[in-house]
Write a protein of this length. Structure first.
Lengths: 243, 73
């Protein structure tokens, strides 16, 4: 793990991992979609709309996972000042924002036929919207400060302040009376979902998670290369001025 | 194609939005990765390299050098 803290070794590992990870991700998502559309039965209450769960739930998990990743990386930026921590946080922003957006839209499209409304200001939906706005704020902050070190530290502070929203999302369905259903998978009494629906959900969740990891690794590689290009251009300008 | 019942439009819309959003994200990230690799390769071709990197176009010696030390003049 310590050797991976070296950006050059990290890049070498990413180069080797990306093709394999891409292949496994595509296979899992393919199997997941097949199970979702051709094997999973309709739910006894929700009918075929339960198929939206196979994309909505993994997207919501990854929206929160992305923010947890940013918060952990923010600690790495502020405490150890490691450049890869800042790179990890910055590149997780757009990916987490996209999955949060997907969770919000698919949830809305699931809500209309089941609840009779696209949107309601209940605690779970509102806290997910706040998460999406936090992502947008972080992306804007990273874009608005040119020097990566300063941008990273400012974004790390904002990310840690915003982290308070993550447990609110998780426990919102327990703390408040919400239209959104309570936890039905990660709960003390075990999942309440039938295995015929749980299996496709699990496959899709693993596929989505691998897609997140794959995209994050590629985005981190691009960001490291961007900083190298920036540094080389500066060196070139300095050499030209000195000559 | 499976029959998705009376709410098929909502199901297809959810999958379509997910596909477009994820495909857009993949496209942007892969394009950015390729662009940065290209820019770095262009700089290295111009001989602009990091101090820690090996020089790209350093001329190789034709003859093998003797290990014996040259006598000082």
């Amino acid at each position: 793990m310590v050797s991976l803290a070296n950006p050059t070794r990290f890049l070498s590992l990413v180069d080797r991992m990306v093709p394999w990870l891409a292949a496994v991700t595509l296979i899992l998502l393919g199997i997941g979609l097949y199970l979702a559309f051709f094997v999973a039965p309709p739910d006894y209450q929700q009918g075929e709309t339960v198929k939206i769960m196979f994309i909505h739930v993994p997207a919501a998990w990854l929206g929160m996972f992305g923010y947890v990743l940013i918060a952990v990386a923010a600690l790495g930026t502020l405490i150890w000042r490691h450049p890869l921590a800042d790179v990890a946080a910055k590149t997780a922003g757009p990916i987490g924002a996209t999955f949060t957006f997907v969770a919000l839209v698919t949830g809305s499209l699931w809500g209309k036929p089941m609840w009779g409304t696209y949107w309601v200001w209940d605690a779970r939906l509102t806290s997910m919207l706040v998460l999406f706005l936090l992502y947008l704020g972080l992306i804007a902050l990273w874009q608005s400060i040119e020097e990566p070190g300063r941008a990273g530290r400012a974004a790390a502070i904002l990310a840690l302040v915003g982290f308070v929203n993550v447990p609110i999302i998780k426990f919102s369905v327990d703390w408040w009376n919400t239209l959104h259903q309570p936890a039905s998978i990660f709960r003390t009494g075990g999942p309440t979902i039938d295995p015929s629906l749980l299996t496709p959900l699990f496959v899709m969740a693993v596929g989505f998670t691998l897609l997140f990891v794959l995209l994050h690794l590629i985005a981190m590689r691009a960001e490291i290369l961007r900083r190298r290009v920036h540094a080389l251009r500066q060196v070139h300008v300095e050499r030209a001025a000195a000559a | 194609m499976p029959d998705l019942g009376p709410h098929a439009a909502f199901i297809w819309a959810a999958y379509a939005v997910t596909f477009v959003a994820v495909a857009g994200l993949v496209g942007l990230i892969v394009q950015d990765d390729r662009r940065q690799r290209q820019l770095l390769a262009d700089l290295e071709r111009q001989g602009i390299t990091r101090r820690s990197a090996k020089p790209a176009a350093k001329p190789q010696p034709v003859e093998k050098k003797s290990r014996a030390r040259k006598p000082k003049p």
